[in-house]
Design a protein around this ligand. Structure first.
Ligand code: SAM
Length: 334
């Protein structure tokens, strides 16, 4: 019989092994087809992605960074040089630039603040009808939003780069952050989009937009990033900061964090997917959040699939993340 410190170490070890097994099982279930582990290839930091097709390597569950690339999609994705990021880099940047508190603390803080919002302020932002959701966000103060959104920010610094690694072209791109809030997910895009890119945040709440505009954003070289915001609903035609309609097929990446999976019903998702299909150019990407109580991976793949997108990847912030962000690629006109 092992007792004392030894017993505790064994229990911790068994719990950890069980969690890892669970993570692998969940990940394998998510990968119903063969997969490409681009992350491990990219982490070599060599010129393997220059013009050469990305090799199909193996199915490797990576803590927090599941990969689900159907093999038949791998070759077109890899024909051009793409942003190279190792898992180590992603983690280091997330620790340096994202929220510093541990996710458990951010989770508890969100729980507490959500309870306070519901009980004392009668604000419930967990709505799947979009007009109710935006009304709830508009009723919040900036600090209240900050408290409930910090875990999302922690997550975005991990999921977005895991989805972009090996897929986003390494040249200046045009990106749109849908439902950008006060600009926390936009900061991640600004950092990871290659220098010279243009990032536009679209957010319904004008007070959040004002707050986002007051921030400075930098790219990965430390230089100022070209970031603009516009207050509008993403259920309307996407417009730039000066109000002009975004031209057809002119965008390389549309991104959403903490919004699409939870605040849009099916009909609204369909409208959004149609507009994304209008602006995203062929082979462009849509990285979109999912929610277990709203739109999950399969629903997003189906709705966006009807508008010419195909699911190529799925990224989690950590192994316990129940809200992975999916990555879809525009494969052509529906
Ligand atoms: C949980 S916050 C996420 C904010 C940001 N993406 C981030 O990660 O920090 C959800 C945001 O979606 C915005 N939103 C919801 N529906 C919207 C719509 N139809 N158009 C624009 N913004 C919307 C809300 O106002 C809120 O700021």
């Amino acid at each position: 019989m092992i007792s004392g410190e030894g017993g505790r170490a064994v229990r911790v070890g068994v719990a950890y092994a069980a969690l890892r097994a669970w993570d692998i099982a969940v990940f394998r279930r998510a990968c119903r087809f063969d997969a490409v582990d681009t992350t491990s290839m990219i982490s070599q930091g060599d010129s393997a992605t220059d013009a050469a097709p990305v090799a199909v390597i193996r199915l490797t569950p990576i803590a927090g960074g599941g990969t689900i690339v159907p093999v038949h999609s791998a070759a077109p994705a890899a024909r051009h040089r793409s942003v190279e990021l190792s898992e180590r880099t992603i983690r280091a940047v997330a620790r340096g630039r994202g929220p510093k508190s541990p996710p458990t603390w951010l989770f508890l803080r969100r729980l507490f603040n959500e309870l306070v919002l519901r009980r004392l302020r009668r604000i419930n932002f967990r709505r799947t009808h979009n007009d109710e959701a935006v009304a709830a966000y508009c009723a919040m103060e900036g600090e209240e939003f900050g408290a409930i959104n910090a875990l999302q920010a922690w997550s975005s610094w991990r999921t977005i780069p895991r989805n972009l690694a090996g897929r986003l072209p390494d040249r200046p791109v045009t990106a749109i952050d849908l439902c950008s809030g006060v600009g926390e997910s936009t900061a991640v895009l600004a950092y990871y989009c290659p220098p010279g890119s243009h990032v536009l945040g679209l957010e319904y709440n004008p007070r959040f937009v004002e707050r986002a505009r007051s921030q400075t954003f930098c790219d990965r070289t430390g230089g100022a990033a070209n970031v603009q915001f516009r207050a509008q609903s993403v259920l309307e035609a996407f417009r730039d900061a000066s109000g002009d309609r975004i031209p057809d097929q002119s965008v390389d990446l549309v991104n959403a964090c903490g919004a699409i999976g939870c605040h849009f019903d099916r009909e609204e998702l369909d409208r959004l997917a149609r507009e994304c299909a209008r602006v995203v150019r062929e082979a462009g990407l849509a990285t979109l959040d999912t929610d277990p109580n709203g739109a999950g991976r399969d629903e997003l793949a189906e709705v966006f699939g009807r508008h010419g997108f195909e699911l190529v990847h799925e990224a989690r912030s950590c192994m316990l993340d129940r809200r992975p962000q999916v990555c879809l690629r525009r494969v052509g006109h529906p």
